[in-house]
Design a protein around this ligand. Structure first.
Ligand code: PLP
Length: 440
């Protein structure tokens, strides 16, 4: 499908979409704004492959941004979803699937004492923040520059450069009031977070961080950084919210915390989850210590609700997916993540393209930059033109990468040796394009 790839049908759908849906998309990155060109309209997925409306097939390295951990249309997930859907899509009443899914999460993550389901990671974070403020009777939330926690007003805050900046809304429509209690700190900056606590620790309700930041590309925590955050929170009576929406049940059978808790003695007060726990359906959750979680209505006064929360079909998909996430699957994910990184990096090296393969567990991304990346500021030195050339070359050769230089790449348990070979061959061609596109 190399140079002869037709995308006429995708172009037609996108032209129609642009007339009725803002930007043609239901979520901004899908629009290809930062890479240009036409987003592909997908109609089918099987295992590691996705097929667009023109019949082009791609090796998928987006995986719906994380949820498709066992591959597309896994027969067991499809079976369980179909069975559940045939018995009704929703009751607005409790059901067994949500209990089973919560129990499965608790089995995998020892620190989980309670789970409340919602329908998106955004909602999970909103709820965690509300809980933290209620539990501490304080207002200030600390977040890190470049960490993404969904689009709740209080967390859509401009990341000023420099050590720490008082929150200014970075989206029109977010009032200064909604953002004024958010303080933003550079990621991996030990001095900045330590001095912030020294300055105003008694006002801080919570620190929220991505377990491994992966929404600015992958920027792993320096050794001990999460532990430091947890300790500071404990010392000053703030809550520590570990956002595992991306890492949860992906980087290990539990997530980042389960991966490190045998060596690092810290435990967050609250976790947020999403992505994998819905297996491609809208399920997310806030989880954690009973003494905080039980502040939620109806036990406590902190209100939180959802018409479709704990939806039986969606939780069936999540449960079926988690049941497939066994040791063998994690071994496969780790191996495939390593292999993809390796073949891409080799191809770029061969063409003299400066790049940096960044890893956090089996999450990885390729920065088109010679420097190590420890913070958002470090991510800003990429040669984005080279990424764009690489991206489009890969796409026309049948490899679908995230359409942005600032996103993680995702493998699944369904990726095969054949996929790796295809990615390796395509990378060799794409690396030549990247080398040619170097900014001067
Ligand atoms: C995706 C993501 C979110 C937001 O989840 P949505 O379901 O898109 O609202 C929050 N936090 C992290 C770390 C994420 O990766």
């Amino acid at each position: 499908m190399t140079s002869g790839q037709s995308i006429i049908r995708s172009e037609n759908w996108h032209a129609r979409a642009l007339k009725i849906i803002p930007g043609g998309v239901s979520s901004p990155v899908r629009a290809f704004s930062s890479v240009g060109g036409t987003p592909r309209y997908f109609v089918e997925g099987r295992g590691s492959r996705v097929i667009d409306v023109d019949g082009n097939e791609y090796v998928d390295l987006v995986g719906s941004w994380g949820p498709m951990i066992v591959g597309h249309a896994h027969p067991e997930v499809v079976r369980r979803v179909s069975e559940s859907a045939a018995r009704s899509s929703s009751f607005g009443a409790p059901g067994p699937n949500e209990v089973l899914l919560a129990e499965e999460m608790q089995r995998r993550v020892m620190a989980i004492e309670r789970v409340r389901f919602v329908s998106s990671g955004t909602e999970a974070v909103m709820t965690a923040v509300r809980l933290a403020r209620a539990a501490t009777n304080r207002n200030v939330i600390v977040k890190f520059i470049g960490c993404y926690h969904g689009h709740a007003d209080a967390l859509l805050v401009q990341a000023g450069s420099g050590v720490l900046t008082l929150g200014l809304p970075n989206s029109p429509g977010v009032t200064p009031g909604a953002a004024q209690d958010t303080v933003v700190v550079a990621y991996n900056d030990v001095d900045a977070i330590t001095s912030l606590f020294a300055q105003c620790g008694s006002e801080i309700a919570a620190v929220i961080t991505e377990a491994i930041p992966a929404n600015m590309g992958v920027v792993p925590p320096l050794p001990g950084f999460n532990a430091l955050l947890s300790n500071l929170c404990k010392r000053y009576g703030a809550l520590f919210i570990l956002d595992e929406v991306m890492t949860g049940f992906r980087v290990s059978s539990g997530g980042l915390w389960s991966l490190v808790q045998s060596e690092e003695a810290w435990t967050p007060d609250l976790f947020t989850y999403g992505k994998v726990i819905g297996g491609g359906y809208p399920v997310a959750a806030v989880a954690g210590a009973a003494k905080v979680m039980d502040l939620l209505a109806p036990l406590g006064a902190v209100y939180q609700a959802g018409t479709l929360s704990g939806n039986p079909v969606a939780t069936a998909a999540g449960l079926a997916t988690l049941e497939l996430c066994n040791d063998e699957l994690y071994a496969t994910l780790n191996r495939r993540a390593h292999e993809v990184g390796q073949v891409v990096s080799e191809a770029l090296t061969e063409q003299g393209v400066a790049h940096r393969l960044q890893k956090g567990g089996n999450l990885f991304s390729v920065f088109f930059s010679p420097n190590e990346v420890h913070s958002f500021e470090d991510t800003q030195h990429q040669d984005v033109k080279q990424f764009v050339a690489f991206f489009h070359s890969m796409l026309t050769q049948g490899v679908s990468l995230p359409p942005s230089a600032y996103e993680a790449w995702f493998v699944s348990g369904a990726h095969s040796d054949e996929d790796i070979e295809l990615i390796a061959a395509a990378s060799k061609v794409a690396a030549v394009e990247a080398a040619r596109s170097k900014s001067t």
